[in-house]
Ligand binder design. Structure first.
Ligand code: GSH
Length: 406
């Protein structure tokens, strides 16, 4: 990819970004979320044919149970439509429709199914392509039991209890940790039963049942309990499982990123970090497809981003006599620089303390830029706005450009 060291227009940045990533989203003006990923198999249907599945999931893409279903739909290549439900203000038609009033729910070929496990099993029964359980009923018994176990074996409850550790003293925490480790040991043994890295000899619904929860625990425990599953020699099979999982394109589309989930725990549940976040994965941060996806999102969404930064980051305090035009210009300049850095990497001319050129240091612009970058770095939410890989690349780039300002 070639980018000149001149400031490109937003349209040029957008085009360059789109040429370097296959990721595309539909725009949903005035709705939440304002964009949504396009299911990878939707191309199989003509525009007039309604997809066989309608998935109801949460607007913010935080729900691990919705992730299970989305993951399975992507793995099985089933075209689907999505209806987003705002959990903080559930529409009456939804609470009337779904007895639990929870997400996920799905309408599968006209029939309503709710509870993520039941939706997964219903998809399995109706769509035999890309099976995620063995076909043979005899072989099927053990996998089905493992799917039940994933729901009922208490792993999730203990995992999240240990992670939240609310009002637990040191002794209680040690007990919770021991119970959690006993559960992880059980999973280690379960993973050893079949050849390969998955719970069965091929990827299956059992992996999908665990993936969103284990992933969230592995992401958050280092920060909130200073406890590591990934890289822990006590859990070689789980580590091989994570590695295999992260190779799957469908998981890449649906998973969250560490910063999104950890910030959610802090903001929504007031959890206090006791350790620093793990470093952003340098390989992911450098992957051009992710960088281009992040630049594409930023370029395409710049108007809304500028408005949001102006309104919510506190930067308005720097406006002189209430005139925000100079603030706006400086926000835009730094967002453009970020998009350019995402696309052009180290060939981008970053300020390195020389905003506006060596002789022309502009402390006002630098201050606005610093606020802008610090704000957007933690503002984005994956996979609501972009894939987890793109979010990682975005945050790493924001850190780099921010560091270059002062
Ligand atoms: N057992 C359910 C759990 C679903 C669930 O807990 N969904 C949460 C979001 S992560 C929800 O809808 N919360 C809103 C509410 O309960 O009102 C399943 O597997 O589908």
């Amino acid at each position: 990819m070639t980018v000149q060291n001149t400031t490109l227009s937003w349209d040029q940045l957008l085009e360059l970004a789109q040429n370097n990533t296959p990721a595309r989203r539909v725009s949903r003006p005035g709705q939440s979320p304002s964009t949504a990923p396009i299911p990878s198999s939707l191309y199989k249907l003509s525009a007039q044919t309604p997809p066989p599945v309608l998935l109801y999931r949460d607007t913010n893409s935080w729900c691990p149970f919705c992730e299970r279903v989305w993951f399975a739909l992507e793995e099985k290549g089933i075209p689907f439509a999505t209806e987003f439900i705002d959990l903080s203000n559930k529409p009456k038609w939804y609470t009337d429709l779904v007895p639990t009033a929870q997400v996920p729910a799905a309408v599968i070929e006209g029939e309503l199914v709710y509870e993520s496990k039941d939706i997964l099993l219903a998809l399995e029964a109706r769509f035999s392509n890309s099976p995620l359980l063995p076909d043979d009923p005899q072989e099927n018994a053990i996998p089905r039991q493992l799917v039940e176990d994933a729901e009922m074996n208490g792993f999730m409850g203990i995992g999240y209890k240990f992670m939240r550790g609310t009002s637990a003293n040191d002794n209680e925490l040690a007990t919770l940790q021991a119970s959690f480790e006993a559960k992880l040991d059980e999973l280690e043994q379960a993973l050893a039963k079949y050849p390969g890295s998955y719970f069965l000899s091929t990827f299956s619904l059992v992996d999908i049942m665990y993936a969103p929860h284990l992933d969230r625990l592995a992401i958050s425990l280092p920060v909130y309990r200073d406890y590591h599953i990934k890289g822990n020699p006590q859990f070689p099979n789980l580590n091989a499982w994570f590695a295999a999982l992260n190779e799957r394109p469908a998981f890449d589309r649906v998973k969250t990123d560490a910063a999104t989930f950890n910030l959610l725990l802090r903001r929504k549940w007031g959890m206090e970090a006791i350790a620093n976040p793990l470093p952003l994965d340098p390989v992911v941060s450098q992957t051009i497809q992710y960088r281009a996806e992040a630049a594409e999102r930023l370029s395409d969404n710049r108007e809304a981003a500028i408005g949001d930064i102006l309104k919510n980051s506190g930067v308005q305090a720097l406006a002189v006599n209430g005139d925000t035009s100079a603030v706006k210009d400086a926000i835009e300049f730094h967002l453009k620089l970020l998009a350019e850095y995402l696309l052009n990497g180290d060939k981008t001319l970053l300020p390195w303390g020389r905003v506006g050129g060596k002789e022309n240091i502009d402390p006002f612009s630098s201050a606005v830029g610093a606020i802008t970058l610090a704000y957007v770095r933690n503002r984005i939410c994956a996979p609501r706005e972009m894939s987890a890989g793109a979010a990682t690349a975005f945050r790493a780039a924001a850190d780099k450009v921010l560091a270059s300002i002062y």
